[in-house]
Ligand binder design. Structure first.
Ligand code: KIV
Length: 294
């Protein structure tokens, strides 16, 4: 058991956490006010996930999310976070079309976005890109298992690594991204036993989502944790609040108050000084009289 890092949290701080047996706390964030709250709550890493696509922007999945959208949200999160390590997710096709373009896109997150690291999905086939980003001094977080950008390849959001061969494949992916130089790796949607084996085998921290309790850290999508995401949420989500209900009820009450004329009240309104009001009224009367005469 350990407390929050004082910050600003760095990539080496995260690596040291595994060496010290301290769990890593990561959440997604997409805007400045949420980042500010999570920063003050002692979260270690804020991931500007491409889940912004389905969680915030109303897309069906993460595939339509663009570099410009990701940079925009990364800048907002960085403005809100003074302590957390901000990691920006590289969106679909931003690191698939050649090394030079991948490095340029990752560099945008650091230069324009203010992120201190990027995340890329995929295992062995991403090793070359990861090496190139490391050559460009960009810290990289890996992501293996149920990688959402592979949704069509997987035929849906399906748990990966359930058979012997599939489990070996996920393990090899994790080993490959470690070897390529990632500082941590997200394990998503894999059996807890497989995540435990990978966590034991890797020197770098593993951060689980739907991957059981043995990972070196855990990440959730903030809207799922707060109970804002529409049901059904995945079974691995624990809702720590029901803000969805709270937000809806607050807005129903606002609507009722507006319709009843009870909002805004006197103390929720600005007022003119009486002498200014008198002067205004007198002016209006003079204007009306002139207008009436002509
Ligand atoms: O985009 C995202 O939110 C993620 C997390 C689920 C790890 O990649």
């Amino acid at each position: 058991m350990s407390g929050p890092l004082p910050g600003p949290v760095t990539v080496p701080d995260i690596v040291r956490k595994k060496e010290r047996g301290e769990r890593i706390v990561m959440l997604t964030a997409y805007d400045a006010p949420t980042a500010r709250l999570l920063d003050s709550a002692g979260v270690d890493i804020l991931l500007v996930g491409d889940s912004v696509g389905n969680v915030v922007l109303g897309y069906q999945n993460t595939l339509p999310v663009t570099m410009d959208e990701m940079v925009h949200h990364t800048r907002a999160v960085v403005r809100g976070a003074s302590r957390c390590l901000v990691v920006a997710d590289m969106p679909y096709l931003s690191y698939h079309l050649g090394i030079q373009e991948s490095v340029r896109n990752a560099g945008r997150f650091v230069q324009e976005g203010g992120a201190r690291a990027v995340k890329v999905e995929g295992g062995r086939k991403r090793a070359e890109v990861i090496r190139a980003l490391r050559e460009a001094e960009i810290p990289v977080m890996g992501h293996v298992g149920l990688t959402p950008q592979s949704v069509h390849d997987f035929g849906g959001f399906k748990v990966q690594g359930r058979t012997g061969a599939a489990a070996r494949s996920v393990l090899e992916d994790a080993l490959a991204v470690e070897e390529a130089g990632v500082f941590a790796v997200v394990l998503e949607g894999i059996p807890a036993e497989l995540a435990a084996l990978i966590t034991e085998r890797l020197a770098i921290p593993t951060i689980g989502i739907g991957a059981g309790p043995s990972c070196d850290g855990q990440v959730l999508v903030i809207h799922d944790l707060l109970g804002i995401s529409p049901d059904p949420v995945p079974s691995f989500v624990r809702k720590y609040a029901d803000l969805g209900t709270a937000i809806r009820e607050a807005c129903v009450r606002f609507g009722a108050d507006v319709r009843a004329g009870t909002f805004p009240a006197d103390n929720e309104s600005y007022h003119l000084k009486p002498e200014v009001l008198d002067e205004l009224r007198a002016g209006l009367e003079r204007f009306a009289r002139r207008h009436w005469r002509s």
